[in-house]
Design a binder for this molecule. Structure first.
Ligand code: MSP
Length: 643
């Protein structure tokens, strides 16, 4: 049965232009929405812009334009940014729209009528940047803890929402719903905050001080406090109180926010909803902050990465992949172009891109003579099971917004398929006519793997997924139900697909740190770098590495190291000591007598006070799960060159 799913992003302030932080939230919201559509759910994804308040009024005054003109211009910049990133929101709300203003005023009137709002006096230290008063406890050296700018003491009559009376209810509501605010660290943060008395919330600003806002319906000398106005967008966009959309989606509403706006969403908003008689959201999903070189970015600090330049330079899918894979949902992560290119080369160009190129090429090369395939063998069954495991992993991870875990699960599967190709060697099977049915089984498994990946990657890498599905002639709309292996008995016609993610030359790309003007603003046309891939390693690159067969003559554990084994190896004419990080995978005795492959011309390295004179080659899975030392499958003398 199809479910309904309603997700919102924060509505962004239009006093600044869109940057990496905003792009991150919007991209992961988009991936989540795409994922639910793939699962057949009825989805509504909302984003928009927050256009009232001091901050906007001040920015407009500075730019010598009217607040509305500034709002129009900058809201359009957000809209265009999301178009450029290809995100698939169903609605984009602006708080200056009539449909929003009406709802804000209706809710205010409702609360006023039932006595939830009163006129009171308040004096306090106000930060214009944050649009809020700070309590004595929060102030650091007389300054705003967020902006580090001096606060202004303001005393005035204002309207207050009786938030304090909801404190007990709110604590109880959060305590009895362990996954209301997630990840848990943010739930704990809010429960900690709620240990101190909760104050009433000032929800108005006098018009003589601030004109730019929604007038209070019961006193037009005041405009609405911007947070009270903004939060209501989530309901006004659905047509509260009785739009069809509101009835469909409100019961399943989930919010996605950055940790900077936890308090308004975890404290003010549920109290407002409760007072207005609306259901509380299902989940508040909170992500961490991107930093640059460990430092804070965004808002008042100017060093923001130009997310769009990177996305243009390396492709939208690469950008999406990086931000989702690199950041553990809920924690902070550091952004650098080097890390970006590292992941692009390793995970996208190498693991995924190579697999797609290999699989499509193999099928395209051999599909003409395809006949009935042999029955699935253990290797094929293992791939089918690995696909199911990965899918379950993705499903569980996406339930909790753990994008990084979803991608790790898929890449585990991609690794398994790459190993499957290596060990089944379809190119060798093709040389022996008697093996033709087995070859056809391998090709079938690969074709199904491509369909599986094309479907599963739709939410994360929509462009690449579309290309994979097109290459195998899968024209139906992607559906999670098709992410299953073991259904085909005939090969589809497949087109070769190579260069899905061209490798980036790290010497050129990695040199400039993210956010530096050279990297982000290079005046090259958008696709230039992607169109000039450095290409694969040359044979010359490979020849510089001196690989030799070596016989392990002795091996011992090092009492002080969990990871290292000390190996003595013979290269024929000489013996060497090599410290290999394989102690968690091999007992010393297992290795003695084995012929392994070593890098013989590696610069010696000092490890645990000893010199390691080379490196033993081993394969391993990404997550350190499995490791296997490369050994020879036929005898050769120690010292023989590997080429
Ligand atoms: N207008 C309010 C939100 C009102 S919602 C009813 C606001 N706007 S904002 O433009 O400042 O956007 C804040 C949001 O942008 C964060 O919650 C987060 O989603 C995103 N980010 C801004 N900078 C960020 C980082 N450095 N890292 C990650 N996300 C960040 O607050």
């Amino acid at each position: 049965m199809s479910k309904t799913f309603y997700l919102t992003t924060p509505i962004y302030y239009i006093n600044s232009v869109p940057h990496l932080g905003h792009a991150y939230t919007t991209v992961i919201a988009d991936a989540m929405a795409r994922y639910h559509r793939l699962a057949g759910d009825r989805v509504w994804l909302l984003t928009g812009t927050d256009e009232h308040g001091d901050k906007i009024a001040q920015a407009a005054a500075k730019a010598a334009v009217s607040p509305q003109a500034l709002a129009d211009r900058n809201s359009a910049a957000f809209r265009e940014a999301w178009q450029r990133l290809g995100t698939t929101q169903d609605d984009f709300i602006r708080t200056t729209e009539g449909r929003h203003r009406t709802v804000v005023q209706a809710i205010l009137q409702k609360l006023w009528d039932v006595g939830e709002i009163y006129l009171g006096k308040y004096g306090g230290h106000y930060c214009y940047g944050c649009e809020r008063f700070y309590t004595e406890k929060e102030i650091v050296d007389g300054k705003c803890p967020d902006h580090q700018t001096p606060l202004t003491f303001i005393e005035e009559e204002n309207y207050f929402f009786k938030m304090s009376k909801y404190q007990g209810w709110l604590i109880d509501y959060i305590t009895t719903r362990p996954d209301l605010i997630r990840p848990e660290r943010y739930r704990n943060e809010i429960l900690g905050f709620l240990r101190d008395p909760l104050q009433d919330l000032s929800i108005s600003r006098p018009r003589r001080r601030l004109e730019w806002g929604i007038p209070l319906p019961f006193d037009d000398k005041y405009v609405t406090y911007v947070w009270f106005d903004a939060l209501i967008n989530y309901a006004s966009a659905l047509g509260w109180p009785d739009g069809e959309r509101f009835h469909t989606f409100w019961p399943v509403v989930q919010h996605l926010i950055g940790k900077d706006i936890l308090k308004p969403h975890a404290v003010y908003w549920p109290c407002m909803l409760k007072a207005a008689g609306l259901d509380i959201y299902q989940h508040l999903n909170v992500h961490g902050y991107w930093t640059l070189g460990g430092g804070k970015m965004s808002k008042s600090v100017g060093n923001v990465v130009e997310a769009f330049a990177l996305s243009d330079k390396y492709g939208g899918d690469a950008f999406r992949y990086f931000v989702m894979r690199e950041m553990t949902f809920g924690l902070d992560a550091d952004f650098s172009e080097e890390a970006f290119v590292g992941r692009l080369n390793a995970d996208l160009a190498n693991d995924l891109g190579n697999l797609v190129a290999r699989a499509t090429t193999l099928i395209a090369n051999y599909q003409r003579e395809a006949g009935p395939a042999a029955a699935a063998g253990p290797d094929d069954t293992a791939i089918r099971e690995a696909a199911m495991t990965a899918r379950r992993g993705v499903e569980a991870a996406m339930d909790e917004f753990a994008f990084h875990r979803a991608l790790a699960a898929l890449w585990e599967f991609i690794g398994a398929v790459n190993r499957y190709v290596d060990s089944n060697q379809p190119w060798a099977l093709a040389k022996d006519p008697a093996q033709r049915p087995r070859l056809d089984r391998v090709l079938l498994t690969l074709a199904e793997t491509l369909r599986y990946l094309g479907v599963m990657l739709t939410a994360f890498l929509p462009d690449a997924a579309g290309k994979i599905l097109a290459a195998i002639g899968h024209t139906a709309a992607p559906s999670l139900a098709d992410a299953e292996i073991g259904r085909l008995d005939r090969l589809p016609t497949v087109q070769k697909l190579s260069g899905l993610f061209p490798r980036v030359d790290t010497k050129e790309a990695g040199a400039a740190p993210a956010g530096s003007s050279t990297a982000a603003k290079a005046g090259k046309p958008a696709q230039a770098a992607a169109a000039e891939p450095a290409g694969p390693a040359t044979i010359g690159d490979f020849r510089r590495i001196d690989l030799r067969v070596a016989e392990v003559v002795a091996a011992e554990a090092l009492p002080k190291s969990k990871k290292l084994l000390k190996l003595t190896v013979s290269l024929g004419a000489e013996q060497r000591t090599i410290l290999a990080g394989i102690a968690q995978h091999y007992a010393p005795a297992d290795l003695v007598g084995k012929k392994v492959v070593v890098v013989a011309n590696l610069e010696p390295a000092k490890l645990m006070g000893m010199e390691s004179q080379g490196m033993v080659l081993a394969g391993s899975t990404d997550d350190d799960g499995a490791l296997a030392v490369i050994v020879l499958d036929r005898d050769l003398p120690a010292g023989a060159k590997v080429r």
